[in-house]
Ligand binder design. Sequence first.
Ligand code: MOS
Length: 725
Amino acid sequence: MKFDTPAGPNPIDRMTVVGKATNRIDGPAKTTGTAPYAYERHDAVTNPAYGHVIGAAIAKGRITAIDTRAAEAAPGVLAIVTAENAGKLTKGSFNTAKLLAGPDVEHYHQAVAVVVAETFEQARAAAGLVRVDYARGQGRFDLAEAMDGAKMPSGDGNADTRLGDFAAAFERAPVKLDQRYSTPDQAHAMMEPHASTAAWNGDELTLWTANQMIDWGKGDVAKTLGIPKDKVRLIAPYVGGGFGGKLFVRADALLAALGARAAKRPVKVALTRPMSINNTTHRPATIQRIRLGADRDGTLTAIGHESWSGDLPGGGPEVATAQTPLLYAGANRMTALRLAVLDLPEGNAMRAPGEAPGLMALEIAMDELAEQLEMDPIELRIRNDTQVDPMKPERPFSQRQLVECLRVGADRFGWSKRQAPRATRDGDWYVGMGVASAFRNNIVMDSGARVRLSPQGVVTVETDMTDIGTGTYTIVAQTAAEMLGVPLEQVVVRLGDSSFPASAGSGGQWGANSSTAGVYAACVKLRETVAQRLGLDPATADFVGGNVVAGGRSVPLAQAAQGGEIAVEDKIEFGDLAQKAQQSTFGAHFVEAAVNRFTGEARIRRMLAVCAAGRILNPKSARSQVIGGMVMGAGAAMMEHLVVDKRFGFFVNHDLAGYEVPVHADIPHQEVIFLPETDPMSSPMKAKGVGELGICGIGAAVANAIYNATGVRVRDYPITLDTYL
Ligand code: MOS
């Protein structure tokens, strides 16, 4: 089904199942530990062996020798795979660094070998007997040092943007701000580590693997191994969190496959937590310069945003300027991304890549400008709202309720009680409120699905779409139930298998809208087939209460499949509607924070997000997505920080003891309000995504609340007590 004109009325609009707060179908399996993860597929493979990955002990240089003799002689060892005996490998399309190093080493803990043994303990013990000699090279690990040599990165969306005459407008602006902000390297820190189980059947490889994007992963495994794509099957029905860290296959998948081929046995590989942090990927640190110029009434006349980040050779930037061309009006503007070469582990996408750190800076800058203007920060944002793309005024936003989000939030949160910095006390605590805009674009991706109708009337949906904890099972079931007029319990959803139709996958907050639109397309086709079989007019047939109703007749749906199961497949293919109107999601974050006047301890007291993000398919799972993003943003604001060892080039705090993330006690009260919205430009679902919106802006709202509490402005994240004492 092509989607190239705005959606008209359709069965989803009934909203009898879609749009209802619905418990996650996979919830009981996940919370009782019965949802099998990639490492736990004892049901699927027999007699698996265990692989232990050895990571490079240097960040840059060369392997001069690998001596595996002692390890080979160790108890239980079945195979040891290194670049020397792995056969020809081609780097995949998505990874920046190779998944198996040798002879060159590109980053610390890049895999250099996998040791396969009968047991996990034997594999780990033998790995300690592998001797690897290195010639250490000179690496670059310090962004502040490397930024002078940084260059404009190639690639779509990385070019400088300009409108009007920024320099002149900034020069003559009566009120201006010119500040530098920084955000650190951050880790995805998902619960389920990177893990895979691999099994070969002749020349066919099956990988049970923790992955967000099944079709991308299948293609990249095939490319890396040099085998046809149709010889590779990826399976990931349950994924324990990803946040971008599982967008692409990682060393666990490749080394499980290579280990299984060498050992002639199914092999399981899980990366340890330290390996996960230095072996895979992280969100790169940024240094950002923001210049804002405004008239005395708060009208922005000049907006300038530059950001520096680093990555391995061939890598990409953290696109921290992404939202700045679109968020506020302003006649004169510029953005610039600069990318330095750093030999740290690969930088790549993490939840709201670019937007999250970019808004952490821009939305502090707006707070600072409001203070200079002696203006309420909400009023400043409202004054500079725009209903069109500021860079292309002929291009409107399909929906934009930023002002409504700010106003509703201010009212609900009690914003009018906010006082001047350091003016509110509660016992030993200074108390402050902060606000920030949330803004993330809506991306659409083609997505396919198959729908089956059984003679018993059971509807089964199959798609390679993943559920990474987001609620996909549930919204897919809601979509099919709505389309076919059956109760939710009559729908079976099967996900995360590359033998099902390829979907949009879970990334970039496009998953919910795009994948359900694919299910919608397949259901439209099934409705036509069913109506025809029942001799009803497909154009007018309505599917309600388990019946198909048309022309005064009502026939049970299941009757269409009496002659045998019906299975149809289709996909949604998106045209260029997204070019005609800017599709985005908006929100406003409100935070109340308290800082102890003696110890400097900072605590969040309450948080509110008001969001406008198209039709909300399941308010319960959507809320979970937003509060999850808010928690992650609170972590980014106050704790999360991968500390770089600038001598040896690795992240020092490479586990969940050293890499601190928020726990329940850090987040006492959260509330989310979704404003009514349907967006006919986004898809037949008229929905958008919220998976990344929640983390956008929240870090700055926390920072602004701490400023309002203490009167101390911190521009380098994370804001720990030593930064403002
Ligand atoms: Mo997201 S960072 O595209 O999983």
